[in-house]
Design a binder for this molecule. Sequence first.
Ligand SMILES: Nc1ncnc2c1ncn2[C@@H]1O[C@H](COP(=O)(O)OP(=O)(O)O)[C@@H](O)[C@H]1O
Ligand SMILES: [Mg+2]
Length: 250
Amino acid sequence: MMIEVSQIKKSFGDQVVLNSVSFSVKEGESVAIIGRSGTGKSVLIKHLVGLLSPDEGSVRVDGQDLVGMTERQLLGVRQKFGMLFQSAALFDSMSVHDNIAFPLRRSGVTEVAEIDRRVEEVLGLVELPGVGGKMPSELSGGMQKRVGLARAIVHRPQIILYDEPTTGLDPVVADSIDQLMMRVRDHYKVTSIVITHDMRCARRMGQRIIYLRDGQVYLDALADEVFNSNDPQVARFIRGEADLKEADFS
Ligand SMILES: Nc1ncnc2c1ncn2[C@@H]1O[C@H](COP(=O)(O)OP(=O)(O)O)[C@@H](O)[C@H]1O
Ligand SMILES: [Mg+2]
């Protein structure tokens, strides 16, 4: 197993966010995690890279238990990951090239020609060849996202985490990001976890879908099974329908 999350609990004060969550992800598998805003999807993903530690339970990445690791050991674990979040989070004062080179240098690659070659390779993969000399502010939001994707994969991580990669993008740009994520998945055969409430993105990226609800895994199943589910809670969520008895009007 590449990732094994076992019965993790996490509370902030008296708010229980994760209430005994378990799932695992095999090497090379591509999984989508869906659920309403505020259900703890980002909290969950932060446990995978040791940015948060569970109150109870365990998180194993590539066979190593993160709980109890030192910050230095966690840095080693984080090297296995590439991450792309809702904001591309590029460094504004660095060129596109230096942004993408950053994780590469941090992973120990120092030879300039090698760095240049790898940066150009991933820029090509996201269809932005030759933009390395530009500053992030010169690029559109969609292009910045693609640079963020290039930066997430340049050090050839074993696992890529996407947290709401298409949220806030216009549908055409979102479509291009979906296609590039699928390209990365298929090209590098990399283990992928995508958190999204965009059902098209979930369907395209997730061989398996994990539906989080009320701090628990409500359903963990193959994509076809989830998208054809007769369970009313699941079907409503997939169709994006409000459950008015539960919706808060505050
Ligand atoms: N560091 C934190 N301290 C306190 N509460 C937090 C923290 N991080 C997240 N939360 C709370 O946990 C809940 C789940 O948040 P989050 O995982 O961001 O939801 P989402 O599913 O939308 O990604 C929210 O109520 C949020 O306010
Ligand atoms: Mg979130």
